[in-house]
Ligand binder design. Structure first.
Ligand SMILES: *[C@@H]1O[C@H](CO)[C@@H](O)[C@H](O)[C@H]1NC(C)=O
Ligand SMILES: *[C@@H]1O[C@H](CO)[C@@H](O)[C@H](O)[C@H]1NC(C)=O
Ligand SMILES: *[C@@H]1O[C@H](CO)[C@@H](O)[C@H](O)[C@H]1NC(C)=O
Length: 382
């Protein structure tokens, strides 16, 4: 067993022991552990998509279906927007559950009964029509509402009597991966004067649609859910390359990320957590965990060597254009003119928008370890 899996397993066992009967409520412990769940249902965008955008007509044949995507772990491009595994892959592995079937890759009970992944690369939190009413153009016609609709179809297919459905819900882990990054980044790329004001105005709407999806799942009988927050938007090579500025205090001193964009992500995460606290109070028998994608990424970007990464944490591994970010759409990863760095495991960003397997592993691990609520800091190395 690789040291990583051993560490995870230790964490899982410890968590299982520590939680015992304390099944309910709690922002604290993540209720991971072999045999607790039969399956995972997951939702989100390209950070969680394990094959849907490769099939969806609007995005089929996109870069994620081409080499060198997935080169690190999978035999060929798997539709994952990384060189290898995603955070959801590590979580599913740690639970010793089968990989959920991408929703668009299946249609039968046998394909769906071991879990389904509804995440779609390019998906937005908000519906296309709503974004358009705000002057924001989105590119992939899938929002959270579509993923919820798909989920309801799957649940109907797996079982029709309500008590059978509730049994399935209770024995499933719901992983709500990051969603909203696309909404914010499209807002920040509009040609209006106040893109930040526009992006910020989306926060309550985005948190609102996430809340609706969670409430629907709880009403249908979900007992355990992990809800991940926003990544540090200002540390994305794409943002750094396309939206530079000479404004004072635009770049953070320690991380060199774009401060206002990271503040937007933090605002999202604060509002998301406020909403999750309310849900926990209203539904004390449901375990609702927050999955932090923000702090682990800022940590490695600020001190890459400390965590085993290389010295250019804000540069895309795969892509082109050079400079500190190595990002230019003309050379986007998977396109004929792109090149790939020698050792992706030392990069944080795979293609300027999505993380490397190494970064995903770090984030998944810190998510699981945080579930321990350790009283002393745990040494995290790569
Ligand atoms: C997504 O949802 C919107 C709004 O309900 C709907 O118009 C659209 O047809 C859905 N798309 C898919 C692919 O299901
Ligand atoms: C946007 O900026 C332009 C040029 O600076 C200015 O003329 C215009 O009034 C601004 N519009 C708004 C809505 O602030
Ligand atoms: C991207 O690369 C093209 C081709 O070399 C170049 O013309 C363009 O200016 C670059 N864009 C940016 C934002 O650097």
């Amino acid at each position: 067993m690789a040291p990583f899996s051993r560490l995870l397993l230790a964490a899982l066992v410890l968590v299982a022991a520590a939680t015992g009967e304390a099944d309910a409520g709690g922002s604290g412990t993540i209720l991971y552990g072999p045999a607790r769940y039969d399956r995972v249902f997951s939702f989100g965008d390209s950070l969680t998509d394990t094959g849907n955008s490769a099939i969806l007509p609007a995005t089929a044949g996109g870069p994620f279906t081409k080499a060198p995507y997935a080169q690190t772990h999978f035999k060929g491009p798997s539709g994952r927007a990384s060189d290898g595994r995603l955070v959801i892959d590590f979580i599913v592995e740690s639970l010793r559950l089968p990989q959920p079937t991408p929703y668009l890759a299946g249609s039968t009970v046998s394909e769906f009964q071991h879990g389904v992944n509804f995440a779609v690369g390019g998906a937005t939190a908000l519906d296309m029509a709503f974004l358009k009413s705000k002057g924001i153009k989105s590119f992939v016609p899938i929002a959270i509402s579509n993923q919820t609709t798909w989920f309801n179809r799957v649940l109907q297919l797996l079982a029709s009597p309500p008590n059978q459905q509730r049994k399935i819900m209770a024995r499933s882990l719901f992983y709500f991966g990051e969603i909203g990054f696309n909404d914010y980044s499209f807002a920040l790329m509009t040609l209006t004067n106040d893109t930040m004001g526009l992006a910020k105005s989306l926060v309550p709407h985005i948190v609102g649609v996430i809340r609706s999806a969670l409430i629907d799942a709880i009403a249908a009988g979900a007992r355990t859910m992990v809800v991940t927050g926003m990544i540090p938007i200002g540390c994305e090579p794409e943002m750094l390359a396309l939206l530079p500025s000479s404004k004072a205090n635009y770049y953070d001193q320690a991380s060199r990320c774009i401060t206002p964009f990271n503040q937007l992500a933090q605002l999202h995460n604060r509002e998301l957590n406020r909403m999750l606290s309310q849900l926990r109070r209203a539904h004390p028998r449901t375990s609702i965990q927050y999955g932090d994608l923000y702090n682990p990424v800022v940590a490695i970007v600020s001190s890459p060597r400390k965590y085993g990464f290389g010295g250019k944490p804000l540069a895309a591994c795969c892509g082109g254009g050079g400079g500190p970010y190595n990002f230019n759409f003309t050379f986007f990863c998977g396109m004929p003119l792109s090149t790939t760095c020698a050792d992706p495991s030392r990069s944080v960003s795979w293609d300027g928008i999505h993380f490397t397997e190494a970064a995903n592993k770090f984030v998944a691990r810190s998510m699981l370890i945080r579930g321990l609520e350790a009283s002393e800091p745990i040494q995290i190395s790569k």
